[in-house]
Design a protein around this ligand. Structure first.
Ligand code: ZN
Length: 165
């Protein structure tokens, strides 16, 4: 064995020890609490958050608050299927804190098999109470697809791959 290997093993041992300590300390920390327990309550939270966003009256957030609890688990109340567009961030559009939304994003906000699996995981395992499909105006992916179809052009390779069954 070379000195380099010994050093790597030593570091690995230290790392595992730290992991075990972290796990035992975290066992006493609180788990996140779901902020809406019914589909109606979840939808109401989304609508209220969007109203704050539209009015420019977003809640002030301390993004470090609750970090330790979120490291132990998640309890999002809603799932969002949204576009990957950089201008449409669901957490901002619905004024929600980290851990509140389970978000699946793809250009054009349509469901792929991978996205569907993620949404099923969100509902079945994480307990999301509602799934919202979030569209938006001026979607570049949708516009490019419509334009290509109207002109009889082929879709860009990436969009074609997304639309394939
Ligand atoms: Zn879009």
């Amino acid at each position: 064995m070379c000195n380099h290997c010994l050093t790597r093993r030593s570091l690995f041992s230290v790392g595992m020890g730290a992991l075990a300590v972290t796990a035992s300390v975290s066992a006493v920390r609180a788990q996140p609490v779901r902020s809406a327990d019914t589909p109606d309550a979840a939808l109401a939270r989304l609508v209220e958050g969007n109203a704050r966003y539209v009015a420019g009256k977003l809640n002030e957030r301390d993004f470090s608050a609750g970090r330790a609890a979120r490291a132990q688990g998640q309890a999002p109340f809603a799932a969002i299927l949204g576009c990957a567009d950089s201008r449409v961030a669901p957490e901002l559009a619905f004024d929600q804190a980290p851990g509140e939304l389970f978000v699946v994003r793809v250009a054009g906000n349509f469901v792929t098999p991978d996205g569907l699996g993620s949404l099923e995981y969100g509902a079945a395992v994480l307990g999301t109470k509602v799934i919202m499909v979030l569209g938006h105006t001026s979607c570049g992916a949708v516009n490019a697809t419509v334009e290509a179809l109207q002109k009889g052009n082929t879709l860009p390779v990436i969009l074609l791959a997304l639309s394939a069954p």
